[in-house]
Structures are given as structure tokens and as C-alpha cells.
Design a binder for this molecule. Structure first.
Ligand SMILES: [Zn+2]
Ligand SMILES: [Zn+2]
Ligand SMILES: [Zn+2]
Ligand SMILES: [Zn+2]
Length: 530
């Protein structure tokens, strides 16, 4: 499946040689996809080398911050300094980091790593020094206990609110009556526990009215909450830089369409750029000698510029295909770029006409009709019946065809196929559903003769209900799976690809009702029929 091409230009020119190779490749891919026996074209390329000046704007945002940590905290590589030395040290270290970031080497790397037009990113975040600070809200890590005000004791609650003298509680032997009268003689006798005093010394505080403070265990002090009892803090002094990278491209000669291709190539980090400016069609980018400007480190936002030149070749190719004059765009960036007019629409159109004339084609016939266009038939197969499959295939197809066929035609062809599969799915699942209902009915009769319902009926109350519901759900689930499995198998047999059919609302409800009917009809048959 070769391409027959006649070019009027001299092929020995290295620029035209590469153009020739690129065109052969892309036309070969298109004709293989469309099932053509090569694409015969006469071409007259008019290629121009454009100079593009790129100014990359590196916007840095600097930020100093600090964080406070209880007690000792260490950060890799950050020295612990006396407070008076921190500011100078942090400034000078930050300046080193910043100089490295705005260096030509680093800015060039950012561009070549493909970071242009990425949202703002953190490119440096480091703790540069630490310092210690005393805790001002405690003494040696301890503070006075709030529960006892430093006393270490609390008032005893056991004897607190009684009508007795401090340290005493109501007698538990007489409940405060002091004694009682004998039931027979009516003679008074004193309580043997309190001897008539109606009170006893408090057992909790031994009459002292004070108990050990629960908050501090009697110490009178507790750990300081703010410093965690360490009595000091570590303050970490950090430096953070974020970067946003944008570019301005300027060319006196490059057309707008080519500028768009150029921007994509630049965004990818200028892959496959050549190091020699002349004698090749490959794009050339002179970023070994960039001009950059940096006027010393500043707080806040700082912008550094990196400028360089690129040379790219693009052009309009006058072409004659099937006796008709046409034009297409060519450009050599990281990969060759082509912009074809829709000059091959007729290939897809011819097959679509056949499909439209014969309405309601089953999927296999649809595929057979499109087998003349191998790329399209293969795409239909993998799209199956899913929208995701279709959009993935569309992207691939448009990448191969590069405008030679109007995307709408591909869209119509694939949609037609998906519709045909949809019609078949509904049809097949309906037929399968009827088969499965018959099988379920046969199973019901077998279960009845086998005594399954009688067995369930014989179970005790709760178990009987559980078994009935379980049977209903089991039959519903099994028949749903049967319908799905058999439908998929029949569709796979039809299309030669794995089917993705899933039961939709109505099918699910029918299977569920079938299961319920199975179980409850069974129970009724033994309750009333037996
Ligand atoms: Zn403290
Ligand atoms: Zn206390
Ligand atoms: Zn008593
Ligand atoms: Zn007490």
C-alpha cells in the first residue's frame, strides 16, 4: 500500500527530503486507515523558515514565614541560632536560593521541562534557621493549678453541705435521728453507731474538710499547656517561592495557524529541537545563549525574563488530487504538523450512502459494510455500545486523519453503529427475558413437586419469612444475571467484540417482580392449596 507521489521540486534538498518523508508517512497512515490503495497527489511545497522570538516571563512570589513548635524541633540542615542572628542568616540563605532559581540554567530548565503555562507552583519551600524562645506563660514549664489555686487541696465534697459542724456527716446508722423507741416498751434508745450524736466524722477527709486536689495530685502546679511543659519553643524560619511561567512569542512572518502549532511545541518543552540553525528542516531553538535580566532579589513578586530565538519551517503545499486543485498546511515542529482540507470525505460518504439506503441494519451487517474502511470498522468494534469508547476512538481517528475527512462524517458513522447495537440489545434482551421467564416458571413447578415450598412453610415464623424473602431475592438476582449474560453472549456473537450490555430500569424491575412472584406464589400454594 504505497503512495505514488510526484513532486516538482528537487528531492536531494535535505529540507524537501524530510518534507517528502513526513508526507509519505502521514498519507500512508491515512490511506491504511481508510482502506485506500495509496493516495496519489502532485505536490508543490512552498516552505518558509520563520524566526520566532520568545520571551519567557518567570513570575516569582517570595514569602517568609515562621512556625512555632513546643520544646525542641529540628529541621534538616537548618541551624539553631540566637534570635539576634536569625534575620541576617535567613536573608542571606534566601538570597542564595533565589539566585539559583533566577539563574539562566534554572530558567532554561523550567522551559525545557515543559512548565510553560502551568499554574503557579511552589519551587522552593525550606526552613532556613531555628531559634529558641522562652515560654512567657509559665515558670520552668509549670503553672499554678487552677483547681486548687496552688494549694494542692480541695474542699471535701462528702461533708460539705451538711447541717453538722465541719468535718462531720449525718450518721448512717440512724440517718440523723440519734436513736429510736422500742416497738413494745416505747422506751428511747440511742443509736449504737453515733451514740445519739446524730453525726459521724467524715470518712473521706477524716474530719479535716480537705482532700488532695485531683487536678494536680496535690502538687499545686500542672504542666504548661502552651509550651507542653518544655518551658521554651522552637521558632522555625521558613522561605517559600512559587513560580508561574508564561511566554510571549513574536514573529514577523509566521501565520496565525502555525503560531498555534508553535505554542503547543513550546508548551511541550521544545522536544526534538535541532542544535544547528541551517541546513535542516528541523526546528532550531537557540537557548544556549539566552538573554536574561535579573536585578537583585526583592520581597514579594519578582519577574525575571528569559529570551531566546527559535527557527521553524512551515508552509503551504499546493496539491492536485484526483484532478482537483487543493492546498494543505505543513509545519515541522517536534512532530510534523499537517492541516488537510476535507479532500477524502467521499471515501466515508460512499459507505454511509449504502447504510442509509438500507434501513435497520443489524450490527454485523453494518460492520461488514464498513469493513472497506478498516480504521472505522475497528473503531466501531472497540467503541462497543459505550459513550466513553466512542469519544476515545474519535480522538484517535481525528489524530490519524488530520482533517482529511470531516469529523462529522466519522461521528455520524459511529453513531449509526451504536444505534444499531442499541436496537439489537433491546430486541435480544426482550427475547432472552422471555426465555428466562419460561425457565423460572419451569423451576417453580420443579420446586413445587420437590417440596421446597412445603419445607419453607414448615419453618418457624421468623425463619419462614427470611427464607421466603431470600428465595425471592435469589431468584431475582439469578434471572437478572442470566438475562445479562445471555444478551451479552448473543451480541458478542453478532459483533465479534465484547459486549457491555447492562440491565436497565425496566429489565431490573421485571426480574425483581419475577423473583417475588416465584417465592410468594410458592408460599400461597402451600398455605391454601395444600
Ligand atoms: Zn510554658
Ligand atoms: Zn491542684
Ligand atoms: Zn447514728
Ligand atoms: Zn469530709
Amino acid at each position: 500500500m504505497g503512495n505514488r507521489m510526484n513532486q516538482s521540486a528537487v528531492i536531494s534538498d535535505p529540507v524537501l527530503k524530510m518534507f517528502d518523508a513526513d508526507v509519505s508517512q502521514v498519507l500512508g497512515d491515512i490511506s491504511a486507515w481508510l482502506g485506500l490503495d495509496g493516495i496519489s497527489m502532485q505536490m508543490q511545497p512552498n516552505l518558509v523558515r520563520h524566526k520566532v522570538t520568545v520571551a519567557c516571563e518567570h513570575s516569582f512570589t517570595n514569602e517568609f514565614y515562621n512556625t512555632l513548635h513546643q520544646g525542641k524541633a529540628e529541621f534538616h540542615g537548618a541551624p539553631a541560632l540566637k534570635q539576634g542572628y536569625v534575620a541576617d542568616h535567613v536573608k542571606s540563605e534566601a538570597d542564595k536560593r533565589f539566585k539559583a532559581l533566577v539563574s539562566v540554567d534554572n530558567m532554561r530548565r523550567e522551559v525545557l521541562d515543559g512548565k510553560l503555562w502551568e499554574p503557579s507552583r511552589v519551587v522552593c519551600d525550606e526552613i532556613l534557621a531555628t531559634s529558641y524562645e522562652d515560654c512567657t506563660s509559665c515558670h520552668n514549664g509549670s503553672v499554678t493549678c487552677g483547681g486548687c489555686s496552688g494549694d494542692g487541696t480541695q474542699i471535701c465534697n462528702n461533708c460539705r453541705f451538711t447541717s453538722h459542724p465541719a468535718g462531720y456527716v449525718t450518721c448512717w446508722g440512724c440517718h440523723g435521728t440519734g436513736g429510736g423507741r422500742d416497738a413494745g416498751t416505747q422506751a428511747w434508745y440511742n443509736c449504737s453507731v453515733c451514740n445519739g450524736w446524730k453525726r459521724k466524722r467524715c470518712g473521706t477527709c477524716n474530719g479535716s474538710t480537705k482532700v488532695r486536689c485531683g487536678g494536680c495530685g496535690g502538687n499545686g502546679t500542672v504542666h504548661c499547656g502552651s509550651c507542653g511543659g518544655h518551658a521554651y519553643f522552637t521558632r522555625a524560619h521558613g522561605f517559600r517561592v512559587s513560580l508561574e511561567l508564561k511566554a510571549h512569542c513574536q514573529s514577523d512572518t509566521m501565520p496565525e495557524m502555525d503560531a498555534k502549532y508553535f505554542a503547543v511545541w513550546l508548551k511541550e518543552g521544545l522536544p526534538n529541537r535541532a542544535s544547528h540553525e541551517a541546513g535542516t528542516i528541523m526546528p532550531y531553538a537557540e537557548i544556549d545563549k539566552p538573554s536574561s535580566r535579573y536585578e537583585g532579589w526583592k520581597d514579594g513578586v519578582y519577574t525575571a525574563l528569559l529570551g531566546f530565538n527559535c527557527n521553524v519551517t512551515t508552509g503551504i503545499v499546493k496539491a492536485t488530487y484526483a484532478g482537483e486543485q487543493t492546498e494543505f498546511l505543513y509545519g515541522r515542529f517536534g512532530t510534523p504538523a499537517f492541516g488537510f482540507p476535507n479532500f477524502l470525505d467521499h471515501v466515508v460518504d460512499d459507505v454511509l450512502k449504502v447504510v442509509v439506503e438500507k434501513e435497520d441494519m443489524p450490527p454485523s451487517e453494518y460492520l461488514a459494510t464498513f469493513s472497506r474502511i478498516p480504521g472505522l470498522a475497528a473503531g466501531m468494534r472497540v467503541s462497543g455500545s459505550s459513550k466513553d469508547g466512542k469519544s476515545k476512538f474519535m480522538d484517535e481517528a481525528l489524530g490519524v486523519l488530520r482533517g482529511s475527512v470531516h469529523s462529522e462524517l466519522i461521528d455520524i458513522a459511529v453513531d449509526g453503529y451504536l444505534a444499531s447495537v442499541g436496537v439489537m440489545e433491546r430486541d435480544v434482551s426482550g427475547r432472552v427475558g422471555r426465555d428466562v421467564s419460561l425457565a423460572v416458571a419451569a423451576a417453580w413447578i420443579a420446586s413445587w413437586f420437590g417440596g421446597l415450598f412445603e419445607y419453607i412453610h414448615g419453618l418457624n415464623g421468623d425463619y419462614r419469612l427470611l427464607a421466603t424473602v431470600g428465595l425471592a431475592l435469589g431468584v431475582a438476582g439469578l434471572s437478572a444475571r442470566l438475562v445479562r449474560f445471555m444478551t451479552r453472549r448473543r451480541i458478542s456473537a453478532e459483533t465479534g467484540a465484547s459486549a457491555k450490555y447492562g440491565l436497565r430500569g425496566r429489565g431490573k424491575i421485571l426480574c425483581f417482580l419475577g423473583g417475588v412472584a416465584f417465592a410468594f406464589a410458592g408460599m400461597l400454594s402451600v398455605t391454601y392449596g395444600g
